[in-house]
Ligand binder design. Structure first.
Ligand SMILES: *Cc1c(COP(=O)(O)O)cnc(C)c1O
Length: 388
């Protein structure tokens, strides 16, 4: 089976992790700050906090921005459920904004319209989470403009997009957002097995997220409510979590960062090859906006037939031919948990027509840095057969 995505682990990665196993620190040592500095330097952002998953990063990002009961978080329905779940962890309500059918990202026009209505109803979101679908940045300058106008915070869910660029700056620079989140799950661009990171230029947000990552505990005397009674003293000043990344994961991350640019370049080369291999087939290739450089986490095609019947047939045929295609994503608002919430909040299955139409036609073809040209030819051949 050719999977839709997979990691590469080199001898250098193995050596880096093995060295940690022989060292004094398996957690809370020098590798996590090294990995944070590596990613922060790459992205041109002031602060980076490594955590045990992007899901954890989204959670502490929402808490640091003060999201709580009675607040609203808006995101796109075409994302992994974690982009919405972070609001629910904080007791906040979730609503969705339909996608742009070309980029599959949150639609700026739909967002503007929904904000106008919400402003009238006194129901504006506290946080909007744009997701850089398939590795292509959202139009962050436009979304940031709306944030200025309506006073919401922005968390970029860049789980697909490390190594990508927007308006000639790396995704993760946080020029147009409060916080950006990366995932290092093995199917993503680089991996730490499990792992994530939250980036920000705001020192206060970074500080709050650092506290929340590790139980809400401080060892800084200036933050304590009473004079420490000895050198061993620490205080828990908030309710935090254990969301720490291990030293093994961070060492793997540092080693993987060396190949980030090469990975994204290879993904582009493969995407370009798919464009050519599939040019004469009745499928729609990904659209690339001219404002950035995608990290190309996913190569998503749309196959004809609005009802989804044709897509299911093509999907099943590809799977039976040993091609591990996938669908990203089942619209979050249709998941039973969110469908139930929608009954209280006012959205329903048909509320986001572009997301639903996209879902009926989307298939993610295998794309990862070590996919060979020969394997890719096999995928294209199988797709040709599936469509015949
Ligand atoms: C993978 C992913 C996440 C969650 O990442 P984890 O590191 O597995 O927690 C969140 N959002 C999106 C868009 C993702 O693709």
């Amino acid at each position: 089976m050719i999977p839709y995505g997979r990691q590469e682990v080199t001898q250098a990665d193995i050596d880096a992790v093995t060295a940690v196993l022989r060292s004094d620190f398996l957690t809370q040592g020098p590798q996590v700050p090294r990995f944070e500095a590596s990613v922060a330097g790459y992205c041109g952002v002031r602060h980076a906090l490594a955590v045990n998953s992007a899901t954890s990063a989204l959670h502490i990002a929402c808490l640091a921005l003060g999201l709580g009961t009675g607040d609203w978080l808006w995101t796109t329905p075409i994302t992994f459920v974690a982009s919405a779940n972070c609001a629910r962890y904080c007791g906040a309500q979730v609503d969705f904004v339909d996608i742009d059918p070309r980029t599959f990202n949150i639609s700026v026009d739909a967002l503007r319209l929904k904000l106008e209505v919400a402003a009238g109803a006194g129901r504006l979101p506290k946080i909007v989470v744009p997701v850089h679908m398939a590795g292509q940045s959202c139009d962050m300058r436009a979304i940031h403009g709306l944030a200025q106008q309506y006073g919401f915070c922005i968390i970029e869910d860049a789980s697909h997009a490390i190594g990508g660029r927007y308006l000639d700056e790396p995704v993760g620079s946080c020029r147009y957002s409060d916080i950006t989140v990366f995932s290092f799950h093995p199917v993503k661009i680089i991996t730490t097995a499990e792992g994530g990171m939250a980036l920000t230029n705001d020192a206060a947000l970074a500080h709050r997220m650092a506290l929340l990552r590790s139980h809400g505990i401080t060892r800084d005397a200036s933050e304590m409510t009473q004079v420490p009674d000895g050198g061993w003293h620490y205080q828990q000043i908030e309710l935090g979590f254990n969301y720490r990344m291990t030293e093994l994961q961070a060492a793997l991350g540092v080693s993987q960062m060396e190949r980030l640019d090469a990975y994204v370049a290879r993904r582009h080369a493969l995407a370009h090859r798919y464009d050519q291999l599939l040019a004469d087939l009745p499928v729609q290739a990904p659209y690339l906006a001219d404002y950035g450089y995608s990290a190309f986490h996913l190569y998503i095609i749309r196959v004809g037939g609005a009802g989804g019947a044709n897509r299911a047939k093509v999907f099943d045929s590809l799977r039976s031919q040993g091609i591990g295609v996938n669908v990203h994503y089942i619209p979050v608002h249709t998941q039973p948990y969110y469908a139930r919430l929608g009954q209280q909040v006012g959205y329903h299955a048909a509320s986001f027509p572009h997301a639903n139409a996209y879902y009926a036609q989307a298939i993610s073809l295998p794309l990862y840095a070590t996919l060979s040209d020969a394997q890719q030819d096999e995928v294209a051949g199988a797709l040709r057969k599936a469509l015949a």
